[in-house]
Design a protein around this ligand. Structure first.
Ligand code: ADP
Ligand code: MG
Length: 235
């Protein structure tokens, strides 16, 4: 199990019609699984780009992403899909639930097309939905659930394979501040219970302040990291 994710000189350029956009400049950073890390920054600063590279959903233009000793740049597309399935849970702002599937089917959906006994993952999906306060909603469609409930289904889906890391991109963006706080507390509890590393992208500074570590990104560069020794702390 990888206790660290290491970013080694990752850059991301997006090709435009006439010019290339440098969404991320050379980033070197290590994330620890025992930390709850928040990534903050204004819109367009590169947060989603960074998270999608960490989550191996996209490849850097240069540089490497290592999970422990495993260099993900050495994996082909199929190996990467298996790797994500086994190690990473992803939660997005707009949930990305499948509208025609019920809550429990959505939670089980990562297993569709994969060999593993159906009973195992149905029981696991039920346990997670129960844990997240959705025991009576197994058979509800996403359209029959509130925003907060849909969000919890999305978390259950992200956790159904016991990932080492949970990566979440502005998951509280559609929740009011009270629900955002409850959601955050839930993530902290899940982290304690399941031992997964959490990297949370948020523009909500109030929430980010509760994390073990805050990384600030601006114009594709890391401009702040609470776990780094700063000039002020040396004074
Ligand atoms: P954030 O999540 O912090 O709002 P993003 O990572 O989405 O920022 O975007 C960072 C920069 O990269 C922005 O300038 C954005 O316009 C650009 N960008 C993001 N995705 C693409 C893409 N698929 N094609 C071209 N440019 C993109
Ligand atoms: Mg974003």
């Amino acid at each position: 199990m990888a206790d660290h994710i290491q970013l080694i000189g990752i850059k991301k350029l997006y090709a435009g019609e006439h010019v290339e956009t440098a969404a991320l400049h050379e980033i070197h950073r290590t994330f620890r699984r025992d930390e709850f890390t928040a990534i903050i920054g204004s819109s367009g600063s590169g947060k989603s780009t960074l998270l999608s590279l960490v989550g191996t959903l996209d490849q850097p233009s240069s540089g490497r992403v290592l999970y422990g000793d495993l260099d993900t740049s050495k994996l082909n597309a199929n190996q990467l899909a298996d790797f994500r399935f086994e190690r990473i849970g992803l939660v997005f702002q707009h949930f990305h639930l499948l509208p025609a599937l019920t809550a429990i089917e959505n939670v089980m959906s990562p297993f569709f097309g994969r060999r593993r006994r159906a009973l195992d993952h149905r029981a696991k999906a039920k346990r997670l939905l129960d844990r997240l306060g959705l025991a009576g909603k197994y058979h509800s469609l996403p359209s029959q659930l509130s925003g907060g409930e849909q969000q919890r289904v999305a978390i259950a889906r992200a956790l159904v394979n016991d990932p080492d890391w949970l990566l979440a991109d502005e998951p509280t963006g559609n929740l009011d501040s009270r629900n955002a706080e409850l959601f955050y507390e839930l993530l902290q509890e899940l982290k304690r219970e399941l031992g997964c590393g959490i990297i949370l992208v948020t523009h909500d500074l109030q929430l980010a302040r509760k994390a073990d570590r805050i990384i600030e990104i601006k114009d594709g560069l890391i401009v702040g990291d609470s776990s780094q020794v700063t000039d002020e702390s040396l004074c």
